[in-house]
Design a protein around this ligand. Structure first.
Ligand code: PHE
Length: 329
């Protein structure tokens, strides 16, 4: 017994302590065995022996708990000492950023509309003529098709030229009321300083029964959205034409660089064109078999918004995956 106490006094860590506990009180431990010897004793002898081993057990246990607390305190101190981080040391350089400006801008747009309860929808990049054109009131030989130089496949399929076909697909798959937003890549045969063959758009569509939606709703939504993205800017609606909306408008904001005074970016007009929108044309509802509904739609180019909000002046730098550029965001 005395050796147990001696060992206990000289333990150096929790593991050794646990070993000694098992040596004394484990299933085959010295003290446990003493208790089993009780069975073979009788009367006074048994009572005395029991008292003895209980005293021993108590003595062992109180020393054990004392040691345990001491060791735990010591081990915590050691850990705090050894795992200390020197915040004044130089950290290794990391490559974290806000992400690609296109994704970052897209997420901001989606975030705004999802907070208003819009549903996130997706559509295929390879489209048929019906969804990309005809159902959107762009029949074959319609001159407005020239606005969108299209990549065609041999079988008549095409790379979608805008995200508007997702309006058609969403209406075909659902019944009103609809409030959807669709971001994604779009393609046109265009390549110069301000155009790339692949670019990104975000489409929005709201449809409700009867005449529950109006141009006023559209105007308020877009105005609030643009101020959310660009801060304190003026917003103006300019009448325009899209085959799938009537009336249609293009939306401008006061130039974020010159505050409307006129500069190179806004071609001295003081305004920047941001998106297209309008009240959904009756023809489009007919094409998807909707009756007695009303709605509005809008579409915008993500690159343009990203260039204006992230201060990028060359569209191509978005697609060159140059880390030196991307790291700046
Ligand atoms: N699809 C149009 C474009 O690519 C934008 C738009 C969407 C206009 C919805 C009106 C309504 O230019």
């Amino acid at each position: 017994m005395n050796t147990l106490i001696q060992k206990l006094q000289s333990v150096k860590n929790s593991q050794e302590l646990e070993e000694i506990r098992l040596e004394a009180l484990g299933k085959k431990g010295i003290i446990t065995q003493k208790f089993s010897e009780l069975k073979s004793l009788q009367g006074e002898e048994k009572r005395q022996f029991a008292q003895e081993i209980n005293t021993i057990k108590q003595e062992f246990e109180s020393l054990y708990y004392l040691k345990k607390t001491q060791l735990q305190t010591q081990e915590l101190q050691d850990a705090l000492q050894n795992e200390k981080i020197d915040v004044s040391l130089f950290a290794s350089r990391s490559h974290r950023s806000l992400g690609h400006p296109i994704n970052y801008t897209k997420d901001r747009i989606i975030d705004y509309f999802m907070h208003l309860g819009y549903e996130l929808c997706m559509g295929p990049l390879i489209e048929d003529d019906f969804h990309n054109f005809s159902a959107l009131n762009l029949p074959e030989y319609h001159p407005a098709r020239d606005m969108q130089d299209t990549f065609y496949f041999n079988d008549g399929m095409l790379l979608r030229t805008h995200t508007s076909p997702v309006q058609i697909r969403t209406m075909q798959a659902q019944t009103p009321p609809i409030k959807m937003i669709c971001p994604g890549p779009t393609f046109r045969r265009d390549y110069d300083l301000t155009h790339t063959p692949m670019f990104h758009q975000v489409e929005g569509l709201v449809v409700d029964n009867g005449s529950q939606t109006s141009f006023a709703n559209l105007k308020y939504t877009l105005q609030d959205f643009l101020r959310h993205i660009f801060g304190d800017v003026k917003v103006r609606f300019r009448s325009s034409f899209f085959p799938f909306t009537e009336p249609s408008a293009e939306v401008d904001i006061s130039c974020v660089f010159c505050k409307g005074a006129g500069c190179r970016v806004c071609s001295n007009t003081g305004w920047l064109e941001i998106l297209g929108c309008g009240v959904v044309d009756e023809y489009v509802f007919e094409a998807v078999g909707y009756h007695n509904v009303s709605g509005y739609a809008f579409g915008m180019g993500i690159e343009r918004l990203a260039m204006l909000t992230c201060g990028v002046n060359d569209l191509r730098s978005f697609f060159e995956t140059d880390l030196r550029v991307l790291e700046q965001f």
